[in-house]
Design a protein around this ligand. Structure first.
Ligand code: BEZ
Length: 212
């Protein structure tokens, strides 16, 4: 099943390192990041999971729950977490889905047979509180992801959902934002009290609206 932006994130029940979950119930009214790993006891995955554990506070601050998945059994996940904690100097503080029958992996199209028919690629799904898919990323098994970039996109998505702005190329927290074109100048006068700059009629920038 191909999942596209704006689609509902499919629900499932699965066993995780923190017990059985119903995915939608587990998400509740929070944002979610579901990210897959090719296999347990692999080096790139070990570094990624350690990094996500270290970034947990950053995800919490943004009201985001994170959950990992690989097509290995629960007992292997538990053993591997010991290695991750030891080698990455952290404590894994989020659940990992055990998906040995590849049910969730298939539901989310995480197995790309021409890459590998046994393991998942590195997929990322960012899901909004209304359970809609807001971001998909697919990386090859050999390339570790940049979770700072995933946080950056979440910041952008949350700004877009709270204000009528988009974020420009290479945007970072604190940089100016772009007023979306559906907002007229008259509306912008009211919505953006910090003011805005008209570079072209279709390119208007304003200071990041959620900062004091
Ligand atoms: C890794 O996590 O290191 C990895 C997993 C599968 C293929 C290549 C690398």
């Amino acid at each position: 099943m191909t999942l596209r932006l704006g689609d509902e994130a499919p629900n499932f029940t699965a066993m995780t390192t923190e017990g059985e979950i119903n995915f939608h119930e587990w998400l509740g009214n929070k944002w979610g990041v579901l990210f897959s790993h090719p296999a347990d006891f692999t080096p790139v995955c070990t570094t990624e999971l350690g990094e996500v554990a270290k970034l947990k506070q950053e995800f919490d601050k943004r009201n985001v729950k994170v959950i990992a998945i690989s097509v290995d059994p629960l007992a292997e996940h538990h053993k591997w977490i010991g290695d991750i904690n030891e080698t990455q100097n952290t404590v894994v503080n989020f659940p990992m889905i055990a998906d040995p029958n590849q049910e969730v992996a298939n539901l989310y199209d995480m197995i790309h047979p021409n890459a590998s028919d046994k393991t998942t690629v590195r997929s990322v799904f960012v899901i909004s509180p209304d359970k809609k898919i807001k971001l998909t990323i697919t990386y090859p098994a050999s390339t570790g992801r940049n979770f700072d970039e995933i946080l950056r996109v979440i910041d952008s998505l949350q700004l877009t959902s709270g204000y009528s702005v988009a974020t420009p190329v290479n945007w970072q927290q604190g940089d100016d934002c772009i007023i979306v074109n559906s907002v007229s100048n008259e509306e912008a006068d009211k919505k953006f009290p910090k003011g805005y700059t008209v570079i072209k009629p279709y390119l208007r920038t304003t200071p990041q609206p959620d900062l004091a």
